[in-house]
Design a protein around this ligand. Sequence first.
Ligand SMILES: NC(=O)c1ccc[n+]([C@@H]2O[C@H](COP(=O)([O-])OP(=O)(O)OC[C@H]3O[C@@H](n4cnc5c(N)ncnc54)[C@H](OP(=O)(O)O)[C@@H]3O)[C@@H](O)[C@H]2O)c1
Length: 263
Amino acid sequence: MSKLKQQRIILTGATGGIGGEIAKLLQAEGAQLGLVGRSKEKLEQLQKKLGGSDIRAVAADITDADGRQKIVDQMREAFGGYDILINTAGIMDFTAFVDQSDERIEAVFQTNVIAPMQLTKKVLPYMLEQKKGHIVNVGSTFGSIGFAWFTTYSTSKFAMRGFSQALRRELADTAIKVTYVAPRAVKTALNSGAVYKMAEEVKMNMDAPKDVARQIVRSVIKQDKERYLGFPESLFVRINAILPGLVDKATRGQNKAAKKYLS
Ligand SMILES: NC(=O)c1ccc[n+]([C@@H]2O[C@H](COP(=O)([O-])OP(=O)(O)OC[C@H]3O[C@@H](n4cnc5c(N)ncnc54)[C@H](OP(=O)(O)O)[C@@H]3O)[C@@H](O)[C@H]2O)c1
């Protein structure tokens, strides 16, 4: 029997490129799903595509306290609670940091860091009480290697990696597991046309969302602590941690080439 059968899972970013594929796989595993996104239309389309029961679509903005309350309320109403939270929702900019607005820096941090932390805090008391729970944070290679022209996004993913590590250690004596899983670039709408052009020129590897979703679900099942997807990116993560000066030099040409695609 699948380890995820009848597990009650909150999936944020469910209507996105990666999230939609994760939802499909979780459904095939027999999970009970709370699918979260802001757009009602996109959620309806996803629900129609998936079919079946055991799905509750929750139209909610995770950066909003009422939105987060709605998510837990709907999960309790539909399934009596929740066992797993997968924080997938995220936003990104490909821009020179100097040109980014203060509002946008705040929005990226609210969506990619603060809201997932607050949602995690919201579900933890119940998970601790039922002595069962799993928090899964979707990060990025950019959360270990600071990338030029993705400065704010990179910084937000560094924060999520730190949050995952610290929380995992804080909860070590409880039944709650924490997973951080970091894909490399993925072919989804998160990336603008300019990013696709840039990625082609600098030969950045880009994975299919279906393959990435499969790896993420595998990490959920195995309750991995940390997982970095793709080779050689997973190796560069290690090298950058030990010898960042080497990576500064190695990426200089790439950063220069990427600059001309900035809008
Ligand atoms: N694509 C890549 O190259 C790549 C690489 C590494 C890591 N990742 C990470 O993978 C995750 C998923 O990315 P993706 O490529 O699937 O992105 P995507 O296709 O753009 O989907 C983003 C999802 O987040 C939701 N979302 C955004 N803001 C929200 C908010 N305030 N409240 C609720 N939902 C919100 C969107 O739904 P609504 O717009 O309807 O709200 C959508 O479902 C992100 O955390 C991203 O950082 C992506």
